[in-house]
Design a protein around this ligand. Sequence first.
Ligand SMILES: Cc1cn([C@H]2C[C@H](O)[C@@H](COP(=O)(O)OP(=O)(O)O[C@H]3O[C@H](C)C(=O)[C@H](O)[C@H]3O)O2)c(=O)[nH]c1=O
Length: 333
Amino acid sequence: MNPTPAFRRAFRGRRVVITGGLGFIGSNLAARLVGLGAKVTLIDSLIPEYGGNLRNIAAIRRQVTVNISDVRNNHALPHLLRGQDFLFNLAGQTSHLDSMTEPDTDLEINCRAQLALLEVCRRHNPGIRVVFASTRQIYGRPRYLPVDEKHPLQPVDVNGINKLAGEQYHLLYSAVHGIRSSVLRLTNTIGPHMRVKDARQTFVGTWIRQALAGETFEVWGGQQLRDFTYVDDAVEAFLLAATRPEAVGHVFNLGGRGKINLADLAAMLVKEAGSGRAKVRAYPADRRKIDIGDFYADGSLIARRLGWRPRTTIRQALARTVAYYRTELPHYL
Ligand SMILES: Cc1cn([C@H]2C[C@H](O)[C@@H](COP(=O)(O)OP(=O)(O)O[C@H]3O[C@H](C)C(=O)[C@H](O)[C@H]3O)O2)c(=O)[nH]c1=O
């Protein structure tokens, strides 16, 4: 099934706000929505630690409205959200490690700001449709695999706790105040615009930068399993969640098209980068208390309810991402 005509009907001429709109997933979502004819406003703090980058919207700069502001303590939010049809809520602090060393910041962005945004919706635009970007970190260390939405929620870091609270606020405002919200729990997502500079943010992006530079990159352990979602597939899930009535008040995992261990992923990347110099160095497994071991998600609920199925294999996702950074890397350092 090709949902594009349905998306065009749903979004053409409609007003859409994306928080975190200059970031990795937000900017890819913005490009897709512009292509569907939506009137798109991006709210982003452009603070480097949170990943906003104007380069991400170079191709659509004239077709979107950009509001450089923080979702924390933002007095302009009523003005920005009034009259909007959709809110894609992607502004977030995403580093597990930073959430442990700067827990207040994580709390402010991933929890308190989410409540503030929902309050603005309740007071000024209760008819808006909201989709919140959550993370698989809310599950903590898997007790069984693949992890479905019924899995116990026991985060092992501050990030997971605050994202879980953010989810709960969205569901509460949906159930009690009628703000139609849906939650997507993202797993490791890769693609153009992903962050590549700092290993505290994402290990794959860092590996891609190092592989392209012909450097040696580190695999800690290597047997741990992950599933990866390509960003275009993730964008499709956001569009489905925003437009399907069955999604309102519900939480969905986004799973990848397959699982892979990190050693195999590293080998695939060395081959893909093709610099001839990049090497993998094995280190002992990560024994930090916040490491979650193996993880891969059961994506059957979103497949059944919304018809979402990731189309892109890990190999295709890596190939496209590496191809992007082969020329774009200097803009992301
Ligand atoms: C920095 C580094 C890490 N690792 C290993 C250690 C862990 O076993 C694993 C990290 O796994 P994780 O799936 O948590 O991936 P992250 O890239 O840290 O997290 C990302 O994916 C999730 C879904 C989010 O929610 C985060 O917001 C997002 O940034 O990679 C290495 O082997 N080498 C390295 O250089």
